[in-house]
Ligand binder design. Structure first.
Ligand SMILES: Nc1ncnc2c1ncn2[C@@H]1O[C@H](COP(=O)(O)OP(=O)(O)OP(=O)(O)O)[C@@H](O)[C@H]1O
Ligand SMILES: [Mg+2]
Length: 274
């Protein structure tokens, strides 16, 4: 008797972004949203991506989710080079493997919260037993009483939690969440971080979260800092005792990166009036 083939997501340790660049056209000009990004995400780890607005965080998430193809470079998820997948195969791969929380939620206005959460299972033709999982997730996320409502009668924070439940309903191995706590109060935000941490610790899920908030990043294993489309720092969140210490490290990194780019362009910050 032969054993069942092992799941590539548990045997391949990494999601790898190699020398990835992304150039967008904006009217007459071109914008380099990412430039030569190298990133290795260990399976079962929790990575926080930080950086100022426009630094390329969402673009990086979209590349890792196969929603956007890089201009140059390669993205490999669980041993699969995403460039080898057709659009159809990419959609199927994403549906089975990746839970996505978009910065703009992307809920379907005509559907109730419950139906929005169940949508990925229904799209995969796999909704059996989904109601119970959906209700458990909704309870954990504090939206159990809001399941029959449509998005327009939910607060921003409630919509965000519906989007998080929708990302988790398929039990994905990789969760990519773009500012999942952006509209939440600090108590709810902390409970989301706890949930993501549990997914990592208890179920070996891989979590990548974009955030501006050191209080979120401090829950991660690894922090990646982007500036102007480049990774300017990667450090262990565990080096820092609390969010304040992590914030100080982050600010220091951004300050150092700014000084570096000013000196590269021949302008010393010493001469710049603040
Ligand atoms: N589809 C697009 N077309 C043209 N330019 C784009 C597109 N998506 C992103 N950009 C540009 O690429 C750069 C990086 O954008 P991105 O959305 O990745 O930033 P971000 O770090 O997620 O910012 P924020 O914190 O505001 O969400 C920006 O200059 C943005 O204007
Ligand atoms: Mg963004």
């Amino acid at each position: 008797m032969t054993s069942a083939p092992s799941d590539p997501l548990t045997t391949d340790p990494l999601t790898v972004v190699e020398n990835a660049s992304k150039r967008f056209r904006q009217g007459n000009r071109e914008v380099d949203a990412l430039q030569g990004v190298d990133l290795r995400v260990q399976a079962g780890s929790f990575v926080a991506v930080m950086g100022a607005s426009g630094s390329g965080k969402s673009t990086l998430m979209h590349l890792m989710a196969g929603l956007t193809r890089p201009s140059t470079g390669t993205i490999t998820v669980a041993g699969q080079d995403l460039a080898e997948l057709s659009d159809f195969a990419m959609t199927d791969f994403r549906r089975r493997r990746i839970g996505l929380v978009f910065q703009a939620f992307n809920l379907i206005p005509a559907l109730t919260a419950a139906d929005n959460i169940l949508l990925p299972l229904r799209a995969a033709g796999n909704a059996a037993g989904g109601e119970q999982v959906m209700e458990e997730l909704a309870t954990r996320l504090g939206i159990r009483e809001r399941l029959s409502h449509r998005p327009d009668s939910l607060s921003g924070g409630e919509q965000q939690r519906v989007a998080i439940a929708r990302a988790l309903i398929t039990d994905p191995a990789i969760v990519l969440a773009d500012e999942p706590t952006g509209s939440l109060d600090s108590v709810t935000s902390e409970s989301i971080c706890e949930l993501l941490r549990d997914l990592c610790d208890q179920q070996q899920r891989t979590i990548v979260v974009v955030t501006h908030e050191p209080s979120v990043a401090v829950w991660a294993d690894q922090v990646v800092v982007l500036k102007d489309g480049r990774i300017v720092d990667q450090f262990s969140a565990r080096e820092h005792d609390d969010a304040q210490a992590l914030a100080a490290h982050y600010q220091h990194t951004l300050g150092a990166a700014a000084q570096h780019s000013e000196s590269v362009s021949g302008v010393s910050l010493d001469h710049v009036a603040c």
